[in-house]
Design a protein around this ligand. Structure first.
Ligand code: ATP
Length: 915
């Protein structure tokens, strides 16, 4: 057993006297000095100080050094280092030193950028912090799992990941997947009895271990160890967290950069051979030319800028409530064609209010909204007094009591507001009971629960048992609530107004269900019965012949943002499909309110089951609403959509949604109501469970892709222009217009500073008006390649032209080269304005002014170029000369010329498209 820290204070119990699995739960509670009602808040705070937060610390170790070394594990840097050695050996010491300095600067920038990306992801990890339901001061609270302490009594349900090591106190059909710890793939059924001291981890049925996953049932347990004291902490295995910064696209681009490097090294070698052997030029000079070509053609800054663009995208999505867990999702989001969304809480507000109660022979209207138990009960306009219900409407009272007892939620008045702990549907039922004059806490004390079947989406009902009388042999009252068709199927009688049972009038109830559902209300039925023994609940036997108490009709209005987001998605060529566990008619009514279309017919789970894959593929094309769907149906729906070539984003929250979330191109888990299991399976976690956040994530995904493409389109022509100028010079037997160290300066300093702007580019206004990007579409599309070739040519003309012109005016070689470099940088600056809008004009107010970031980058580059040109130390390092202001102006004019030409090109392209 682990040996957690021994208490140094006598009033705080030590956890060292384990092993817990050999003790009864009462002994465990005694050992931890806590009652079954949990700790008090001050005691918990004290213990938190003593034991520290319940968090696995990530050991940073030699993170910085590893990052620095990783920078050197790069083909380009190696090529450059080799160049440094050879340059030094042939006596160009200054050149060698400058190349080395630039390499080191590049490594430094790389480390900084990665650090920034890493920090962004760290912040996001924090958002994914798990929560726990804990009993403190005698009532349930939801807290950050990091605040758990030994002695806390926690409650878990299916889908939860255990937040700490627990000794079970109550288990209800509890199964736990312990594969993360023991490797055992089948979930283990847990029990309460202590086990032998020598029992292996997997056999300690009375214990639950941090990081393992509840797959079924509910339980309560007392925390025996937290953080590093847990079994998981002991083996030092960290749970799966956010993955590192790499996506298929970035990997492909890095691959491309590697190929370019190799090709360029080969070309430079050939050039060296050509120069020395064919032209008979001196080897040292030719070597410097070859190095120049190599550094000119290799896109040094590209991989780093692409990573930072992605990291910034991830950060922006997090700010808009979509937390990325798997980085490739950032890219995939941009090409999503279908979003399959849950209804409750995602498209709707999940603020449930019971509006009507349907009894056997009358309908009761319930006034009020939200969870506040304020609002009258009216029957045909007549105000029913709660105190009189037992006489005036006994059936309503029986229904309200069932609503309060067959319920796991609780409501508390905090700061004048009614706060719900638990499921909103159940919260609405509690409010109903309170409006009927019932005190749920008091009632639960009078009629304690003797057993329960917890609610699970697959079964769509929940049941509780309560002792019928003090004498256990009298059996138990059974209360049941759930989806009306399920409950109706278990009933043979109904409760008359006076309370006495009569045979079930099924057509009456069907009509009532249909009418309520058409109004978009969520319908639940409540029933009661009798069982002889609680064991009947485990086997689910004896759940027939029940008496139907009535129906409750709950409204859950659509979210306003969801209505807007649905419209936005449709404009962006993305289809929205609702997949819900709710009733078909309710689902269709809500879908219409959301603007998904009129007269939508819902296809139900059982219908999906009856279809083969081919039929389903046809149906998914024509249908947008799927109701009474369970998790297996979601999986089949994703597969059918994918078979049709769609790129699918799918939401999920339950433990059984994990397969569908994994199968989807982008699995979207709910951050609030979602289980830990769903969050671990999802590629994205929505911090606010809101459909609008998915639409925002798509928008950001498209933006990231745009920005990556702009970065590539910006950087590659610079390399193109430089290498074409050099090649032209060699082939024509002229002097090099730019020296290798100068090229390095441009590529690793000016270009990187400018390209960084593109990583932060805001979303283009039409981003959600375009059709989704076809998956697998090459980033270097025909258009992008054309643009790269065009701009490379313009750059070559600019560099070469200015260099030759300057020489022709009689300027010395060094000055002509300084002109060439400054012209290149001026062209880059103006090209940056152009590339910010690949096709749209840049001569708009916003385009010309740019964002503050653009102006800042421009300012930095101007200062750097001034240093490069005028500072004496720079002049000696880079062999530059001071330029006359008129010459500087000329450089700027050439730069501006590039912008004007490109605007003309965009204009022509736009005209041709219109024609
Ligand atoms: P979505 O799948 O869009 O989130 P949902 O919340 O309706 O929708 P489920 O939670 O699977 O989906 O619920 C399915 C049905 O089960 C509901 O329509 C309702 O009739 C019933 N139901 C929901 N919550 C409870 C509950 N706590 N107890 C009993 N029955 C419930």
């Amino acid at each position: 057993m682990p040996q957690p820290p021994t208490s140094t204070r006598p009033d705080i119990p030590s956890t060292a006297a384990a092993p817990w699995h050999t003790r009864t739960s009462q002994q465990a509670l005694d050992g931890l000095q806590v009652s079954a009602q949990g700790l008090s808040s001050p005691e918990a705070a004290d213990r938190l100080r003593q034991h520290g937060p319940n968090r696995m610390e990530v050991t940073e170790g030699s993170g910085l050094w590893r990052r620095v070394l990783a920078q050197f594990n790069n083909l380009l840097i190696m090529v450059l280092l080799a160049a440094v050695v050879v340059t030094a050996l042939i006596g160009h010491t200054l050149d060698a030193a400058v190349i080395l300095a630039v390499v080191l600067l590049n490594v430094f920038i790389g480390v900084l950028q990665e650090g920034k990306a890493e920090k962004a992801l760290q912040a996001i990890r924090h958002l994914l912090a798990p929560h726990a339901m804990v009993l403190r001061d005698g009532r349930l609270h939801e807290i950050d799992a990091a605040d758990l302490v030994p002695g806390d009594v926690v409650q878990v349900a299916s889908g939860d990941s255990l937040p700490a090591d627990l000794r079970w106190m109550q288990v209800n059909n509890l199964r736990v997947d312990e594969s993360a710890l023991t490797g055992e793939s089948m979930p283990v059924e847990k029990a309460l009895a202590p086990v032998e001291p020598g029992a292996a981890l997997g056999d300690r049925l009375c214990m639950g271990y941090a990081g393992t996953l509840v797959t079924q049932g509910q339980a309560r347990g007392v925390v025996v160890a937290t953080a590093g004291g847990t079994e998981m902490g002991r083996i030092g295995r960290l749970l799966e967290s956010v993955e590192p910064v790499v996506t298929p696209l970035v990997r492909n681009m890095a691959q491309l950069a590697r190929w370019i490097t190799l090709a360029v090294v080969a070309a430079a070698t050939a050039l060296f051979a050509f120069g020395t052997l064919v032209r008979g030029m001196p080897a040292a000079e030719m070597f410097m030319t070859a190095v120049g070509l190599a550094v000119a053609a290799i896109p040094e800054g590209l991989p780093a800028i692409m990573s930072i663009t992605l990291a910034i995208g991830v950060q922006r999505m997090a700010a808009r409530h979509a937390v990325i867990r798997r980085l490739p999702a950032v890219e995939t989001l941009g090409s999503v064609t279908v979003i399959c969304s849950d209804k409750t809480g995602t498209l709707t507000r999940n603020e449930m209010t019971v509006q009507q109660v349907v009894l056997a022979n009358r309908v009761i209207d319930i006034e009020g909204a939200g969870y506040a138990p304020e609002g009258a009960l009216r029957s045909n306009g007549h105000h029913l007094q709660p105190a009189e219900l037992f006489r005036e409407a006994p059936a309503l009272l029986a229904l309200a009591e069932a609503a309060a007892l067959c319920n796991d939620a609780s409501l508390h008045l905090e700061g004048g507001q009614w706060q719900l702990v638990g499921d909103p549907t159940e919260g609405a039922l509690l409010t109903l009971a309170m409006k009927a004059g019932i005190d749920p806490v008091e009632l639960a004390r009078e009629r304690p629960r003797t057993g329960a079947i917890p609610f699970e989406s697959e079964h769509r009902y929940m049941a509780t048992a309560h002792a019928a009388a003090a004498d256990a042999s009298a059996g138990h009252n059974l209360l049941l609530k759930g989806a009306p068709e399920r409950v109706l199927g278990m009933c043979s009688r109904q409760c008359r107004d006076g309370g006495e049972p009569v045979p079930l009038d099924e057509p009456y109830w069907q009509r009532a269900i249909d009418e309520q559902a058409r109004a978009g209300r969520r319908v639940l039925a409540l029933a009661q019965g009798h069982i002889d023994a609680v064991s009947a609940l485990d086997s689910r036997s004896g759940l027939d012949g029940l008496t139907l108490l009535g129906l409750v009709a709950i409204i859950d209005p659509p979210r306003q943002e969801a209505i807007e987001a649905v419209a936005q998605c449709r404009a962006a060529g993305i289809r929205v499909k609702m997949i819900t566990g709710d009733h078909g008619v309710t689902a269709s009514a809500i879908a219409t309110q959301l603007g998904m279309g009129n007269d939508l017919r819902a296809v139900t789970g059982p219908e999906i089951e009856a279809m083969d894959d081919t039929a389903l593929q046809q149906v998914v094309q024509d249908t947008d609403v799927f109701a009474r769907a369970s998790p297996e149906h979601k999986l089949r729906l994703v597969q059918a959509l994918q078979a049709r070539g769609e790129v699918v984003a799918m939401t999920g929250d339950g433990v059984n949604d994990a397969p569908a979330l994994k199968q989807a191109d982008v699995g979207v888990a709910m951050g609030r109501k979602g289980t830990e299991a769903a969050k671990q399976a999802g590629a994205i976690v929505l911090a606010d469970d809101n459909f609008a956040s998915i639409a925002h994530a798509v928008e950001e995904g498209r933006t990231v892709y745009d920005n990556l493409r702009k970065t590539v389109t910006f950087l590659l022509p610079i390399n193109g222009g430089e290498s074409m100028s050099l090649l032209a010079a060699v082939l024509l037997g002229l002097a090099m217009p730019i020296m290798p160290v100068q090229i390095l300066w441009v590529n690793m300093v000016s270009s990187v500073a400018l390209a960084m702007v593109l990583a932060f580019e805001p979303t283009e206004p039409d981003v959600m008006k375009r059709a989704p990007r076809p998956p697998g579409e090459a980033m270097l599309s025909a258009f992008v390649i054309w643009r790269i070739v065009l701009v490379s040519t313009l750059f070559t003309l600019g560099i070469f032209g200015m260099f030759q012109w300057s020489l022709s005016t009689g300027a010395p070689l060094e000055e002509a080269r300084t002109m060439a470099v400054n012209t290149l940088v001026a062209m880059e600056v103006f090209y940056l304005f152009s590339v910010r809008y690949l096709k749209a004009p840049s001569f708009t107010g916003a385009g010309v002014q740019g964002t503050p970031r653009v102006l800042l980058a421009m300012g930095v580059v101007v200062v750097l170029q001034a240093l490069f040109t005028y500072a004496p130390f720079m002049q000696s390092w880079f062999n530059t000369r001071a330029l006359h202001p008129a010459e500087v102006l000329l450089c700027a004019l050439v730069g501006m010329g590039v912008l004007v030409l490109l605007e003309l090109e965009k204009w022509v392209l736009r005209q041709r498209k219109v024609a």
